[in-house]
Design a protein around this ligand. Structure first.
Ligand SMILES: Cc1cc2nc3c(=O)[nH]c(=O)nc-3n(C[C@H](O)[C@H](O)[C@H](O)COP(=O)(O)OP(=O)(O)OC[C@H]3O[C@@H](n4cnc5c(N)ncnc54)[C@H](O)[C@@H]3O)c2cc1C
Length: 256
């Protein structure tokens, strides 16, 4: 069987770049030509027009929009070539190349609407990106099934879009927003997912669970939700692992 050709790089233009936490920037990109077709939860590869920057994966942080607009949530990694470019250097009006979509961190098309199965989206930091796309998609469909978005951040300033999610909670009986802070004292919930989730959602045997973020966060989340009864076939994960440097970078003393 012939393999499908790799997706083309589609030119986009940066419409806005906003620091939404001290570490994370939200970027909005509009297509210059054809729009990317994707399913909520998928990711794209991003690079600059001149290929100076290593190509890196970023989850699309919004549900598909008829205009083709894409949003990304990018954590600035210390010494990171591409995250540094995206969070600090690229300016409004600059070209950005996007290709994809990739990934299987998506709802099962057979059950994604009106199945009655509750969904838990567990996000750490910019791991919110694909979870937000899934939640926004549920909101666009009127939240037919219970959807709980559980966000873990270090401190209060990491709570990206808290007001938006609280608004969805008021507007949709089926939408619930929970958060925990791992480096804060004060009113609960405070602590890591494994210590907080069991009291909030003690039985996940009926849930479809999506977990996204840094590998350590995803690993802890997987252990926790399995202990709470989540079935393996209903557990979806997206690890934001560090990707290999391109050949020649070490010899050249770093890519940037
Ligand atoms: C499927 C997938 C989806 C992803 N989606 C997102 C997303 O939506 N938002 C997002 O911000 N990132 C996401 N990532 C991570 C992203 O692709 C890059 O790996 C990240 O931005 C770092 O790239 P860089 O070029 O800036 O750093 P590099 O130049 O590759 O690395 C610089 C240094 O930082 C270390 N490093 C790299 N990444 C991390 C990290 N996450 N934490 C700590 N140290 C690190 C490296 O080991 C290296 O020492 C995703 C990754 C995958 C695989």
């Amino acid at each position: 069987m012939a393999l499908a050709p790799p997706p083309e790089e589609l030119p986009h233009v940066l419409i806005s770049r906003v620091r939404v936490t001290p570490a994370v920037a939200e970027l909005t990109l509009d297509p210059v030509g054809p729009a990317l077709t994707y399913v909520p939860g998928q990711y794209v590869l991003v690079c600059d027009e001149d290929y100076r920057i290593p190509v890196r994966s970023y989850s699309v942080a919004n549900a598909p929009d008829p205009s083709g607009r894409l949003t990304l949530l990018v954590t600035e990694v210390e010494g990171g070539a591409t995250s540094g470019w995206l969070t600090r250097e690229v300016s409004v009006g600059d070209p950005v190349l996007v290709s994809g979509p990739y990934g299987t961190f998506v709802a099962d098309p057979a059950t994604d609407s009106g199945s009655g199965r509750p969904v838990l989206g567990l996000a750490g930091g910019s791991g919110l990106a694909p979870i937000r796309a899934l939640a926004q998609d549920a909101v666009c469909r009127g939240v037919p099934d219970p959807f709980t978005l559980f966000f873990s951040g270090r401190t209060e300033e990491d709570l990206i879009d808290r007001d938006v999610f609280l608004g969805w909670e008021r507007a949709y009986a089926n939408f619930r927003y929970l958060s925990t802070l791992t480096r804060a004292s004060g009113p609960p919930p405070v602590g890591r997912v494994d210590s907080v989730l069991p009291a909030l959602l003690p039985d996940l045997s009926a849930h479809e669970v999506f977990i996204a973020g840094a590998p350590g966060f995803v690993a802890a989340g997987v252990r926790t939700v399995r202990d709470l009864g989540c079935r393996p076939g209903r557990l979806h994960t997206e690890e934001f692992y560090a990707e290999p440097q391109p050949w020649g970078v070490e010899e050249a003393g770093g890519s940037r």
